[in-house]
Design a protein around this ligand. Structure first.
Ligand code: SF4
Length: 447
């Protein structure tokens, strides 16, 4: 079907709706970068000529929401036929999805996957002549010709690798993001240097499993090596990373973290469950004992480390005993914080087919118990540092009280504090006066 479009008199504008994780946020920045290179500027959905949805499919509920949104976008096209609608990302990468969109949403101009978003400029040209549906099955090489990033603020995420090789039984990510591919260290450094030149003080290195960084490169470079190189970037003050897989967290990495001044002593180390039976069913690749051993090694090297985790409650087959193992592990590790999810079926993953799905009411009740326990421990951790002086990176004014400032400790805890003579992006010393479950309150004592 050939469709010609009236040329808009107005300046060309775009709007991107993003669903999902930090990796998706980062992909959206690249899409926005391409559009800006082409002369487009950001706008509202009501005014934009290009409307893109960058999708996520980790939860099935997100999929329904996104398709509902895609339906809604049609109204813009009805009143402004020149509007271009595109949809891309993880959800589109699933088998049969692009075909479904093509048939059920014929007004959509561009359909693309996770592996070919760098081809957006060409697809935009091409869609003047008809619908473009291009979803690559395999990932190909890492693309480095992405637009130069515009830094916003003092913190930025930098993708160091794509994809995942782990195939946890509940997770769709390896099916839609492909296998692990690491960026070359020099490309990572170039991006970090460019961000720092624009005022960024803290970078978070990003990947589904950052500890596997470098394993796919034809050279001897590990994630610990990469941290050592990034640590040398002048002007950069802090380095964080996420996400870590416990089975790939090496002693070399622990040593590098303890030694490097810019690498913050904070680790997000998803455990998901405390029962060996459930960990095996999840295909996580470690036992409870191995995980606890790793925690011991980390704490011996960095006694003040801040540890956070992800937990799934109600995984198929989870008994009361398995759940008690999870509670026990939380008591033993004493995380500073935990991100807790109720298990929900994700079609296309092995766990969705497991016979013993846990009753929704049981899941909710366990979720509440877990939350109560973790909240108590989080508060105890925060109370334990009352009176201490923390190094805080100033981020700006507090949202709730403009008289106060806010920033984060090296452990990534939010601190709201009073004081004067500071600037956003500076590191200051703050004495902790009061602790709440999620926030610390303090007073600046020196720069
Ligand atoms: S490590 Fe497991 S949970 Fe994480 S992205 Fe890979 S498959 Fe998914």
């Amino acid at each position: 079907m050939l469709r010609s479009r009236p040329v808009s008199e107005k300046k060309d504008t775009y709007h991107i709706l993003t669903y999902g994780c930090q990796m998706n946020e980062r992909d959206t920045e690249s899409l926005a970068g391409f559009l800006q290179q082409m002369g487009y500027t950001a706008s509202t959905p009501e005014e934009a000529r290009i409307l893109l949805i960058n999708t996520c499919c980790v939860r099935e509920s997100a999929e329904r929401k996104i398709l509902g949104k895609l339906g809604e976008l049609r109204k813009y096209k009805l009143v402004r036929p020149e509007v271009v609608i595109g949809i891309g990302g993880c959800m589109v990468q699933q088998p049969g999805m692009s075909e479904r969109i093509r048939k059920e949403y014929p007004y959509v101009d561009i359909v693309f996957g996770t592996h070919n978003l760098h081809q957006l400029p060409r697809m935009l040209e091409q869609c003047q002549f008809g619908q473009v549906v291009e979803v690559w099955d395999s990932e190909g090489e890492v693309t480095e010709n992405l637009p130069e990033r515009k830094a916003e603020g003092i913190k930025a995420h930098v993708t160091i690798m794509y994809g995942c090789n782990n195939f946890c039984s509940y997770c769709i990510v390896p099916h839609v993001r492909g296998r692990e591919r690491s960026r070359a260290p020099e490309d990572v450094i170039r991006e970090v240097q460019s961000l720092v030149a624009q005022g960024v003080k803290e970078v978070t290195l990003l990947g589904q499993n950052v500890n596997a960084y470098g394993k796919d490169l034809n050279r001897q470079v590990s994630f610990a090596d990469l941290l050592r190189i990034v640590n040398q970037v002048e002007g950069l003050k802090r380095i964080r990373f996420t996400t870590s897989h416990p089975k790939d967290f090496s002693l070399e990495l622990i040593a590098a973290m303890a030694e490097l001044d810019k690498v913050c002593e904070q680790i997000h180390l998803p455990v998901q469950a405390g029962s060996n039976r459930i960990l095996a069913a999840m295909n996580r690749g470690y036992s409870r004992e191995q995980y606890m051993e790793l925690i011991g090694q980390i704490r011996r090297a960095m006694p003040d480390v801040v540890l956070t985790t992800d937990l799934i409650v109600g995984f198929p087959g989870e008994t009361e005993e398995d759940f008690a193992d999870t509670l026990d592990l939380i008591e033993k590790v004493r995380y500073d914080n935990a991100f807790t999810f109720l298990y929900s079926k994700r079609s296309g993953t092995p766990a969705a087919e497991f016979a013993e799905q846990v009753d929704a009411e049981i899941k909710k009740a366990r979720f509440q118990r877990l939350l109560q326990l973790q909240n108590r421990i989080s508060l105890e951790h925060n109370q334990a540092i009352i009176g201490s002086v923390q190094e805080v990176l100033v981020e700006g004014r507090s949202k709730t009280n403009k008289e106060l400032m806010t920033g984060r400790t090296r452990g990534n805890k939010i601190v709201v504090f009073a004081g004067a003579d500071y600037q956003v992006g500076e590191i200051v010393s703050v004495r902790i006066d009061e602790a709440r479950t999620w926030t610390l309150l303090g007073t600046m004592v020196s720069k």
